[in-house]
Design a binder for this molecule. Structure first.
Ligand SMILES: *Cc1c(COP(=O)(O)O)cnc(C)c1O
Length: 388
């Protein structure tokens, strides 16, 4: 469905990587009635970011990259690492062994005619260390796809340094010495100054879809999305803030939508995540026409830490159950690292009455689970094939 962005936002350079239509939103009727709520009746919907792009393993990183590609294609990128001038030849990024982000970066690099280096850290999270088949974990799933796509895959041992140097810096320097111009995209593209814009735009897409689905008198009062590196939830917060502003200017007041960022890793403390998400939201806000510092505050950042499980990349029993339920009730396949934990969180909010307590209506509430992709990692988690 078509939507228009306010002028300041619309002017920002964007290189489309998604389909020209919105990624679908559909109800989850079987799961919603399985969760059996009344007063209010809560209907869960899913936004299928895993169906957003024709490129490999569609997921949330493509939206972020749409706003970064124009900088990569420029003869004078504004946001590369210092010391790497000129038109980039090679895109370099990093992630965990089963990283989805590095796949999406590789796909984009290839599609715009550049080389890609995917730095995969064996020490990130617990996926590899708890795997019962480590050689498969290092070879299947996203690793297989990275190689198929033609990435130069560099696997780094935990804590590896190259002669005391940051291994990423030394790979960048190595490429430069070969006469290449590497362009650095930080993990999850979140620390990139343009990384939050994609999901700020997605907020406008969701708002347009609400009109289509509810005919102007309904919205997704609650949205559940993974918080990993943080710019997906940060971007959404900024986008919905701008939408609220526009509504208020038109004299429309509706209960604000609540974006709940479900944190998927226990590695970092609450303050670390909250500070980053607030920063990403403000930085995106400044670019799209808000005054980030003034308009976006910590009250807008709602992160839920109860569903982190035991480690990044490890599927705890309750998240495994959520993954099984979603598959068996709705035939929607989740991923073991992010969306299974988010689905667990969303189901908890519904079943434990946490939405009912806060919601504006006692009759009907609509909630949105944002499926950010990642299923390609499943084959590396081969023992995730049944639920009790
Ligand atoms: C990267 C990723 C996320 C997390 O997004 P952030 O912007 O890093 O918080 C969620 N789901 C999937 C499948 C991902 O690959």
């Amino acid at each position: 469905m078509a939507f228009t962005l306010p002028e300041t936002f619309a002017k920002l350079p964007r290189h489309p990587l998604s389909y020209p239509h919105s990624s679908p939103i559909h109800p989850l009727p079987t799961l919603s009635s399985f969760l059996r709520t009344s007063n209010p009746k809560i209907t869960l919907f899913a936004k299928r970011e895993d169906h957003s792009s024709p490129l490999a393993c569609a997921g949330n990183k493509y939206r972020k990259l749409e706003y970064i590609v124009p900088d990569i294609l420029s003869s004078k990128p504004q946001h590369n690492e210092p010391g790497y001038d000129g038109t980039p030849t090679t895109v370099v990024t990093e992630g965990a062994i089963q990283s989805n982000h590095t796949i999406q970066v590789t796909s984009v690099a290839k599609q715009i005619g550049l080389e890609a280096v995917a730095i995969l850290h064996k020490g990130t999270g617990g996926g590899l260390s708890t795997s019962t088949d480590k050689s498969a974990f290092l070879r299947t799933g996203n690793v297989q796809i990275a190689r198929l796509l033609g990435a130069d895959v560099r696997m780094l041992e935990p804590g590896s340094t190259s002669g005391g140097r940051d291994p990423v810096a030394s790979i960048m320097a190595e490429l430069k010495a070969q006469g290449k111009v590497p362009y650095w995209i930080p993990s999850g593209a979140s620390l990139h100054p343009l990384g939050g814009l994609g999901y700020a735009r997605c907020a406008f897409e969701i708002a347009a879809q609400e009109k289509e689905i509810f005919g102007g008198n309904g919205r997704f009062e609650y949205m559940f999305v993974a918080c990993g590196s943080g710019s997906t939830v940060g971007g959404l917060i900024a986008g919905f803030k701008l939408l609220d502003r526009i509504d208020a200017n038109n004299g429309m007041t509706k209960p604000p939508r609540k974006v709940i960022g479900v944190v998927i890793s226990p590695t970092k403390p609450r303050e670390w995540h909250e500070g980053r998400v607030l920063n990403f939201a403000r930085r995106a806000g400044d670019l799209i026409g808000l005054d980030g510092e003034k308009d976006i505050t910590m009250d807008d950042v709602r992160l839920d830490f109860r569903f982190v499980g035991t480690a990044y990349g490890v599927l705890d029993p309750q998240s495994r159950e959520a993954l099984g339920l979603m598959a068996q009730q709705e035939a929607v396949v989740l991923d073991p690292v992010y969306t299974a934990k988010v689905a667990r969180g969303a189901m908890h909010w519904v079943q434990e009455g946490e939405i009912a307590r806060e919601a504006s209506s006692k009759d009907e509430v609509n909630a949105l689970f944002i499926h950010t992709g990642g299923q390609a990692a499943l084959s590396a988690y081969a023992d995730v094939d049944q639920v009790e």
